[in-house]
Each structure stands twice: as structure tokens, then as C-alpha cells.
Design a protein around this ligand. Structure first.
Ligand code: GLC
Length: 429
């Protein structure tokens, strides 16, 4: 199976297809409600009733250097933070609105120290920016708006002008791409090609004036990589809480892609949520993505005091421990040309010509690798560099294999004590 080759895109993507693992951060005044970042929509909260979170946003423990260290410790190489989410609240000191961290008890731009801290740890930085906005006075009361069921309010706000909102959106994107130096990722969210709520219609690309928006972005940050949620094809696609079956294809062509995943189903801090994914599952998701040529952007929703919840920190530490021993099976790796055995994934580093076999289940002493007979020079467990012996068995009496092209590896009976064991195969030239 040949390795897919996505076509070149406008931004600079070489680092992202190498780095593979990033941190997503959803932080805003919904963190005080602590029940999902869509709380305003779900509970149909009016502006007036949502104001209490603005008035009480006081992240006294906010130290982005600790966040950056936690990300780096987990093996993450880049990070993307919500500059503004759907509720319209801005973490930065925008000149275009009063609805910003500067005017809360936080009293300052929260993105500037964030960018500095993450850069200082050597991570690339990116901004998420919400295209939809439930606070802006010109954003239509559409079918997702928190006040959608308030017919009186809807009637009183019929004349809202999406073009005026689009000017604001362009202005804010200009701000976030001008105020903080080089920005590596712009993560825009979210859009709809066409939606009809009866009393209101939405046409994403027209509403955001996406073509013009992208021109602006390229003028300010020519190398930035931009996702495809504006409905203008740019650099990468972003399946959400979903692992694709294979390399992601759009219109029949392979694309650069990054799955975004939560730790517990919610992006924003969600105190009572018990759906935490075990570290092993998250490590497997990362491997699974890389084995299909993709990335993982893993989310943490910090608390309103400005900290990562201990459950999130613990999970990042576990991932970090796996990455400490296995990151060379991730960085610089992509899909391999071979088909792995059941319950396994391959990743492949074309630079070093090494193939990595990730075992999601521990086999019965032997594992058979189709198509690899005669192709492997040396094999070892990656966690401790202990040799694994192998043979190109054909129809040996004791070890009959059905496929003369298979290479058979001998494994220890006990699985090494790591979340996912990896075998490193040095291929012959
Ligand atoms: C969705 C949600 C949003 C979240 C995003 C992350 O589009 O609306 O809350 O920020 O996904 O991918």
C-alpha cells in the first residue's frame, strides 16, 4: 500500500506533520459554570444571566508556565488556545469590544503571557477563534443562539446585520494575528454551509466572508496553518472526537489532518463529568492517528482559577511517561506501506527507515508480520532496547505459518509495563 501524499497547501506544514501531538486549551468564563463550554446554549442563558461569570472571572492561580511545562512533559510540541469562544468572551485585550478579560477581575490580557510561556518551552503556538458569537449585538439570533426560544427577544433583534458582525470578526482576527508575533496555527470554528432555522438562515462562507478573511490571514501571517472550518480549503482538516478509519480523504484526495479529542467529552472545564478517558486509550488514539498520517490535538479545560485539574495533569503525566520512552515512534512518523497484524498499528519514519509495531493487545509469544520476510535487519522492544529474535519461518514443523512472506517475531511472555508496547524494526535498505 503506497503512503498517501497530500498536495501542498498555502501554509507552512512541514513542522506539524512532524510534531504530531499538540495541546488544545478551552478556557473562558464558561469555566466558572464548570458544566461544558456550551452551557449558555444548552441552558438558554440570557446575556444578563451569563454576566455573573464575567463579573467573577478571577483566575488568581493562572501561571501559563505551568501549563506549558505540563504540555511539554506530555511530549506535546504545539498548543492552541481559545482566544474567543462561542460565548463571545475574549481572553485578549481587543480594542473592538469590552467583553474581554481586561474588564473582569482578571484585569489583563491573558494571551500575552500564554504565548510567552509556551514559546519559552519551545512549543509552537496557535489561536482558536470562534466564528459564531452569542454576545455580539449584530450576530443573528439563529437556531443555536442561547436566546433562540425567546420569541420577543428574537423579534426585537430581527435587524441584526451579519455583515457588521463579519467586519468585527475580521477586525479581531487582525488583532490576534498582529499583537503576538508569529502565530503557527489559526484554528477557526465553526461553520455551516447552509442552515435554515425557519426565522433565520445561515450561509457560513458568505456570513464570515471567508475568502476575504483568508486573504487577510495570509497577508498578516503568510506561513500560519489554517484549518478548513471556514469552508475555504486551506491547510488541514479537523475531525472532532472521531478517529477516521484510514488516512483522511476529502474529495477523493488525501489531506493533512488532525483529530481533536477531549479528556472527558467536554472541551471546557466540566467538574462533575466522570467520563475521563484512560491514558492507555489516549495513547492508542495518538498512535492510531499517526498510523493513518494524522495528528492528535488533545484538549484540557483549565479551571476558572487558572489551573489544570489534577485529573488532567495526571493524564498528561501518564502520556508523558509513554512518550518519554516511545516518542521516536511518533515524531517524524507517518503511515507505513505494510498492513499490521490484528490489534496492532504501524508507524513508519521515512528518514530513519524504521518501522514501529504498536501492540494494542499482547500476543501469544509470537507475532507474524505479513510482507516483512527478509526485510528486517534488527528488532527490539523500544521501551528498553532489548533484542527480539525473529525468523522468516516457512513450513517448519514446530512453527508452521501459512504465509512464506511473513516474518515471525518472538516476544517475551510478559508484556512490558508500559501503556502500549512498541517494537522497533530496523528495515534493510
Ligand atoms: C465544536 C464545539 C466547540 C469546540 C470545538 C472543538 O465545534 O462547538 O465547543 O470548541 O468543537 O473542536
Amino acid at each position: 500500500m503506497p503512503i498517501p501524499q497530500p498536495a501542498p497547501t498555502p501554509g507552512k506544514t512541514d513542522w506539524v506533520v512532524h510534531d504530531r501531538l499538540g495541546l488544545f486549551i478551552h478556557w473562558g468564563i464558561y469555566s466558572l459554570a464548570a458544566r461544558h463550554e456550551w452551557v449558555r446554549n444548552r441552558e438558554r442563558i440570557s446575556n444578563a444571566d451569563y454576566q455573573k461569570y464575567f463579573d467573577h472571572f478571577d483566575p488568581d492561580l493562572y501561571d501559563p508556565r505551568q501549563w506549558a511545562r505540563a504540555a511539554k512533559g506530555a511530549g506535546m510540541k504545539y498548543a492552541v488556545i481559545t482566544s474567543k469562544h462561542h460565548d463571545g468572551f475574549c481572553l485578549f485585550d481587543s480594542k473592538l469590544t469590552d467583553y474581554k478579560a481586561t474588564n473582569t477581575p482578571a484585569g489583563r490580557d491573558l494571551l500575552a503571557p500564554w504565548v510567552e510561556a509556551f514559546r519559552a518551552e519551545g512549543l509552537k503556538v496557535g489561536f482558536y477563534y470562534s466564528l459564531i458569537d452569542w454576545h455580539h449585538p449584530e450576530f443573528p439570533i439563529d437556531g443555536l443562539h442561547p436566546q433562540r426560544d425567546d420569541v420577543e427577544f428574537r423579534e426585537a433583534n430581527r435587524d441584526r446585520d451579519i455583515r457588521k458582525y463579519a467586519a468585527y470578526l475580521h477586525g479581531q482576527v487582525r488583532e490576534i494575528l498582529s499583537l503576538y508575533g508569529t502565530i503557527d496555527v489559526l484554528w477557526l470554528d465553526f461553520s455551516y454551509s447552509s442552515r435554515d432555522w425557519g426565522w433565520s438562515r445561515g450561509k457560513g462562507k458568505e456570513d464570515w466572508q471567508s475568502e476575504r478573511l483568508i486573504e487577510l490571514v495570509r497577508e498578516l501571517q503568510p506561513d500560519v496553518i489554517v484549518n478548513n472550518r471556514t469552508e475555504v480549503e486551506q491547510d488541514f482538516h479537523t475531525p472532532e472526537q472521531f478517529q477516521p478509519r484510514g488516512w483522511l480523504h476529502v474529495n477523493g484526495r488525501p489531506v493533512i489532518w488532525e483529530a481533536c479529542q477531549t479528556l472527558n467529552g467536554s472541551w471546557g472545564y466540566d467538574r462533575d463529568n466522570l467520563d475521563w478517558k484512560p491514558p492507555k486509550m489516549l495513547v492508542q488514539m495518538l498512535i492510531d492517528g499517526v498510523s493513518k498520517g494524522g495528528n492528535l490535538l488533545l484538549n484540557v479545560g483549565p479551571t476558572a482559577r487558572g489551573e489544570f485539574d489534577p485529573r488532567a495533569l495526571w493524564t498528561l503525566e501518564q502520556i508523558g511517561e509513554w512518550m518519554r520512552l516511545h516518542s521516536r515512534a511518533i515524531y517524524g512518523c507517518t503511515q507505513a506501506e505494510f498492513t499490521p497484524p490484528l490489534d496492532c498499528r504501524y508507524t513508519y519514519n521515512p528518514q530513519t527507515n524504521r518501522l514501529y509495531l504498536h501492540l494494542f493487545a499482547w500476543p501469544f509469544k509470537h507475532v507474524h508480520l505479513d510482507g516483512l520476510a527478509g526485510k528486517v535487519a534488527y528488532a527490539q522492544l523500544l521501551n528498553d532496547a532489548s533484542e527480539l529474535r525473529f525468523s522468516d519461518f516457512t513450513q517448519h514443523d514446530r512453527y508452521p505459518t501459512s504465509d512464506p512472506n511473513a516474518l515471525t517475531l518472538q516476544l517475551p511472555i510478559r508484556q512490558p509495563d508500559v501503556e502500549v508496547p512498541v517494537i522497533e524494526l530496523f528495515l534493510k535498505e
